[in-house]
Design a protein around this ligand. Structure first.
Ligand code: PLP
Length: 454
């Protein structure tokens, strides 16, 4: 049965509560109803085509309705879609674990499955905490995390979050943590400049650790790029220094690569840029090419073995979800990974990153572009009212939102992070699409920030 757009819009506005959305505003606006996708494009119910400029919230790598993934899923669905992972195992989950271990940084040898980025982080937090408990280091209970960090929306993940707008309201519900500075050079918390700052933001972590001896269980961060915090790219050497501090003081390093994993930053994992080995890594988003929910928390054998013992020793990791190890999700991930690992694919992504980086430079001419941050096929363009003083726009002006609405005229869908315009196209973007994306971003920023009278 075919429903009219008006009727579907009526039903959506009557029954649905959308994430990260002021629903009052949503109910007053015309909404876009997506009915299909193809390659790097999504299509709405009226047949309008939009380039998927944020990879359907940063997950899409190979484009929509990928033939190979579709075929594999059709094959799997005729066998079985889901069977529990509690007390049973299954073929796609086993094969995927083996494939992941082969590409993960050395030392990560165990895969724990869950459903999304937030649950991958919850698992990491619980494992890190329990690890020290099992080792008899009972005082090691505290977590360090960064200002501007984002690790998901469940309460554990919010506890280690650092974005006031998203996280402050929940403070009374959160466990106590220790916050470290964000490696945000454009708005350095110490008003210093890289490299003469000598990475004071990382050094502060050493101070925190020394002030809380033997209390820190783990440090969690988004390596190289703090994504939801505004695509904040850390300066060279930052990650390596943090890792050195963690190793020196016996602190587990949790790398949350939910946004940065699977070639998004130009390397398979962002930690590869500084060749560091985390103790725990969290993955999701790109894992299934955005087809189905799936996440991974991978740990070292040292961590895993701390949980081994007789049942009555109570070392079992009591955590799991109904859909853990879902067979369809693991099938999609297996094929997506196979496509990603092709030599030509990696080479093409590297070429595209070069073009992306080169084209982005033209945006700096614009009067209200304060900072352009890019790593791989991930960019954040920070808009400011005044370039000289870096003055931010009044929140109510909703500049980022307006730029993203403007760019729809060019057949592109984007979603901003406040006044940071995010460009995170599928890795399958073509060279001409890169040009169109950045040209249209230029025109849209100019139109909204220079022509409009506020
Ligand atoms: N961690 C990072 C770095 C993320 O960027 C996100 C989502 O954007 C999450 C965790 C949470 O993932 P999810 O939305 O799948 O729960």
């Amino acid at each position: 049965m075919k429903y009219s757009k008006a009727y579907l819009e009526y039903l959506d506005k009557k029954y649905i509560w959308h994430p990260f959305t002021q629903m009052k505003e949503w109910m007053d606006e015309e909404i876009i109803i997506i009915t299909r996708g193809k390659g790097n494009y999504i299509y709405d119910i009226d047949g309008n085509r939009y380039f998927d400029g944020v990879s359907s919230l940063w997950c899409n790598i190979h484009g929509h309705i990928n033939k190979k993934i579709n075929e594999a899923l059709k094959g799997q669905i005729d066998k079985i879609s889901h069977s529990t992972f509690l007390g049973l195992t299954n073929v796609p989950a086993i094969l995927l674990a083996e494939k992941l271990i082969k590409i993960l940084p050395d030392g990560l040898t165990r895969i724990f499955y869950s459903d999304n980025g937030s649950t991958a982080v919850e698992v990491a937090i619980k494992i890190a905490f329990m690890y020290w408990q099992h080792k008899g280091e009972l005082h090691k209970k505290r977590f360090i995390h960064l200002n501007n960090g984002y690790h998901g929306d469940t309460i554990g993940a919010v506890s280690v979050g650092g974005i006031p707008l998203f996280h402050n309201a929940f403070k009374p519900l959160l466990f106590p943590t220790i916050k470290a500075p964000s490696p945000y050079c454009y708005r350095c918390e110490f008003n210093l400049k890289y490299p003469s700052c000598n990475l004071l933001c990382a050094e502060k972590i050493r101070t925190i650790v020394e002030e809380n001896p033997n209390e820190i269980a783990a440090l969690i961060l988004e390596p190289i790029v703090q994504a939801a915090g505004g695509i904040i790219v850390s300066p060279p050497g930052y990650l390596k220094k943090v890792k050195e501090i963690c190793s020196k003081y016996g602190i587990l390093l949790i790398a949350d690569e939910v946004a940065t994993g699977f070639m998004r930053t130009g390397k398979m994992f962002a930690v590869n840029h500084e060749e560091i080995k985390p103790d725990i890594i969290c993955l999701s988003k790109g894992l299934t090419n955005g087809y189905l929910p799936l996440a991974v928390t991978a740990t070292t054998e040292e961590i895993f073995s701390a949980f081994l013992g007789g049942y009555d020793e109570f070392k079992t990791f009591f955590h799991g979800h109904t859909y853990t190890g879902n067979q369809l999700s693991c099938t999609a991930a297996l094929v997506s990974l196979k496509l990603l690992l092709k030599k030509e694919f990696i080479k093409r992504v590297e070429e595209k990153i070069h073009i992306f980086e080169k084209n982005l430079k033209m945006l700096s001419e614009l009067k209200h572009v304060g900072d352009i941050r890019q790593k791989g096929l991930m960019a954040g363009i920070e808009l400011v009212e005044d370039k000289e003083s870096k003055k931010i726009y009044n929140y109510s002006k909703r500049i980022g939102h307006r730029v993203c609405k403007e760019i729809r005229k060019f057949g592109i869908f984007l979603r901003p992070l406040g006044d940071v315009i995010v460009l995170m196209p599928p890795l399958s973007i073509t060279q001409s699409e890169i040009k169109h994306l950045i040209d249209s971003t230029f025109k849209s920023i100019k139109e909204v920030t220079e022509k409009e009278v506020f």
